[in-house]
Design a protein around this ligand. Structure first.
Ligand code: AMP
Length: 395
């Protein structure tokens, strides 16, 4: 059983909260504070319940060295203004001095520890380091979904060094949406999978095959499937070493009853560039020298119909090279279809990473049921893998 922070008794306790404050920085300034804002409900709840909050996070990849440009100090300042309260910033995350400062802080204080990845032991999930982090408080709450697929000291190892632990409100929401989509979805369940490569998505395709009514496939990975079907794909992206695997998936789909749906048309270009010459082509007549960089308009309409018939929609991976305006149309159409399906009462879930970036780019983030905060973590969850940062909370 994993306990929600809402059900933990934290009155008079020091609560260690692993948050994801890995914010984008430019010249020492925070350019997007969405991750800080996202942590506020859990922080407020703990304080309302009478707990002292000690926040832990990583920022960037200092690789075990103290890198001043990756200090969490600017985050402490932004958090302080967002909460309208003082935030005590400590320049380390373990040790006697840190413990002393925490114990001297007010019983409803908010303390932010320095970047946990300034210590190499963090990503090694070193037990002594995890124990030192645990010694900072009584209760551990994990609210950093985006790193919960990593077994690190501050996400997993720490759990056994505290009396009690649980999940924060952010992870609880992730588990609610992703968990019910996978384990108990309202049917029909339709998944849309895209992205550049088939290799990163094999496990999720296989896992979703047993659960979905239909899987719509887009992005660069379709060309490896087309190659497996014996089609000509021109200069499109193909993973030669995955063609056999693609054939196996096509065979498995025939027997598993899932409808695996591929584009019928694509936008082909003569170069990987926004300025390249491009036109719409049937997937059966891609010429030498041309590469598919987006799904075509007929496919957009077909995918839209499928999405609008679904009661639950899961989307992971862009339909084309959405970073270039010439090839964003397919991804935009899928984002629009999800927004419209949500209005019709469907539950629509967008995986983190590129699809979250895409839905934000097109202005539909608030028009779907849930946008996951974890790219790798949401993918691993959908693959049916156990996330160490969540499993560790099950005491
Ligand atoms: P992934 O990291 O595998 O989820 O892939 C995301 C990337 O796939 C995005 O940066 C897209 O630009 C890229 N992508 C999508 N469709 C294609 C395509 N047809 N050819 C090459 N790259 C693509």
């Amino acid at each position: 059983m994993i306990t929600s922070v809402a059900d933990l008794d934290v009155a008079g306790s020091t609560v260690l909260v692993r948050v994801d404050f890995n914010v984008p920085l430019q010249d020492g300034k925070i350019t997007d504070d969405a991750r800080i804002t996202a942590a506020i409900p859990t922080i407020k709840l703990i304080r309302e319940k009478g707990g002292r909050v000690v926040l832990m996070s990583h920022l960037g990849r200092p690789k075990g060295e103290i890198k001043p440009e990756l200090s969490l100090k600017p985050v402490a300042e932004r958090l302080s203004s967002l909460l309208n309260t003082d935030v005590v910033f400590l320049d380390n995350c373990i040790g006697a001095e840190v413990q002393q400062s925490i114990s001297e802080a007010a019983s409803d204080a908010v303390v932010l520890l320095e970047n946990v990845r300034f210590h190499a032991e963090e990503t090694q999930n070193n037990d002594a380091f995890a124990a030192a982090l645990g010694a900072n408080g009584d209760v551990f709450v994990n609210d950093a979904f985006g790193t919960s697929h990593r077994a690190h000291a501050s996400t997993a190892g720490i759990a056994k060094h505290v009396q009690r632990c649980g999940v924060g409100l952010l992870i609880e929401k992730e588990l609610k949406y992703l968990g019910s989509a996978v384990n108990d979805p309202q049917k029909p369940l339709v998944a849309i999978l895209g992205g550049s490569k088939i290799s990163g998505k094999i496990d999720v395709i296989e896992s979703l095959m047993d659960k979905c009514d239909a899987i719509l496939v887009g992005g660069g990975m379709i060309f490896t499937f087309y190659k497996a079907m014996g089609k000509q794909v021109g200069a499109s992206l193909v993973e030669e070493d995955r063609i056999e695997m693609a054939s196996e998936i096509l065979e498995k789909a025939k027997t598993s009853g899932v409808r695996l749906i591929f584009p019928t048309d694509v936008v082909v270009a003569d170069a990987f560039s926004n300025e390249a010459k491009h036109h719409v082509e049937s997937v059966d007549s891609i010429q030498d020298g041309w590469m598919g960089l987006d799904i075509g308009p007929e496919t957009e309409r077909m995918f839209r119909r499928e999405v609008l018939h679904a009661k639950t929609v899961l989307w992971n991976g862009p339909m084309g090279v959405f970073e270039m305006s010439s090839f964003e149309s397919g991804t935009r159409a899928v984002a629009q279809a999800l927004a419209d399906a949500t209005l019709d009462g469907a539950t629509t879930i967008v995986g983190g990473g590129d699809s979250a970036a895409a839905i934000k780019q097109f202005g539909f983030s608030k028009s779907v049921s849930h946008v996951s905060t974890g790219g790798g973590a949401s993918l691993e969850f959908l693959e049916g893998k156990i996330l160490p940062g969540i499993a560790a909370l099950d005491k």
